[in-house]
Design a protein around this ligand. Structure first.
Ligand code: UDP
Length: 246
């Protein structure tokens, strides 16, 4: 698979639009072994600078799609614009549609007890025929991890959707990729909460103007600390560009 990537603060992001991301995913499904898809936002890119394991996981990921408007702005500053932002929520919908059409199973892992089940029900309604191979909540103890990974391995799923928050979800996949027995796994952050109806997705106005972060902040003001990652990220991108020029 040929990849066209853009380096943002040391993280290689695939320059794909929604269609391109899907084409890449379809190719990953044909490959043996568990490939990881990561959907980073600016917070994760900043974090990768301080977390070596995360940086390595991003480097080795089969597909790194530009979720997060910060990455799109960064690409413009770096004068190598990404075509569009591909959100994890949208990309997950495309994958579920594909799974329903092709008839392979999906395992839904993560979020609070009850949420994965509610999300799975909503997904089956949205994509009739979708096979849910299994579900499990995301609040398990470290000593329960391996058994859970083995359960996923036995479920027959070909795609694993994992919502433990980043980078926990990516680290889980990395640690157990040899026994998960899926072709592809993707960290989806808060997407199960959206599917289950716990959290509302930003109205179109916010989505269109790159203001989903503002909507989310208004809904969950406690996220303000985490959101400071965005201006920090933008400043670092500007400085990294200046450094390159000198
Ligand atoms: N979550 C989980 N286990 C944990 C921590 C978080 O299942 O140990 C779930 C949480 O319930 C939420 C999802 O992970 O549904 C994503 O959390 P967050 O909104 O923090 O994700 P992000 O913004 O990083 O994508």
């Amino acid at each position: 698979m040929e990849r066209n990537k853009l380096n943002i603060l040391g993280v290689a992001v695939d320059k794909v639009d929604r269609k391109g991301a899907m084409a890449a995913y379809k190719e990953l499904l044909t490959r043996e072994g568990c490939d990881l898809i990561v959907t980073p936002n600016s917070e994760i890119v900043v974090r990768a600078g301080e977390d070596e394991e995360l940086a390595r996981i991003l480097k080795e990921a089969a597909l790194v799609i530009p979720d997060g408007i910060g990455l799109v702005y960064a690409s413009r500053i770096l004068k190598d614009p990404l075509t569009e932002r591909v959100t994890g929520v949208d990309f997950l919908s495309d994958i579920l549609a594909d799974a329903a059409k092709e008839g392979y199973g999906v395992y839904i892992l993560g979020s609070k007890p009850g949420t994965a089940d509610a999300a799975a029900e909503a997904m089956k309604k949205a994509y009739p025929g979708l096979i849910i191979s299994g579900t499990h909540h995301g609040y398990f103890k470290p000593e329960e991890e391996r058994a859970l990974a083995e359960e996923i391995g036995r479920s027959g799923a070909r795609f694993l959707c994992v919502a433990l928050g980043a980078p926990k979800q990516e680290k889980f996949v990395e640690a157990y990729k040899d026994i998960l027995n899926v072709r592809c796994a993707m960290g989806v952050g808060g997407s199960l909460d959206v599917w289950a109806g716990n959290v509302k997705r930003a109205p179109e106005f916010y989505q269109k103007h790159g203001l989903e972060w503002l909507y989310r902040l208004l809904q969950e003001p406690s996220r303000i600390g985490r959101m400071m990652a965005l201006p920090v990220f933008m400043l670092r991108v500007i400085f990294s560009k200046k450094e390159k020029k000198q």
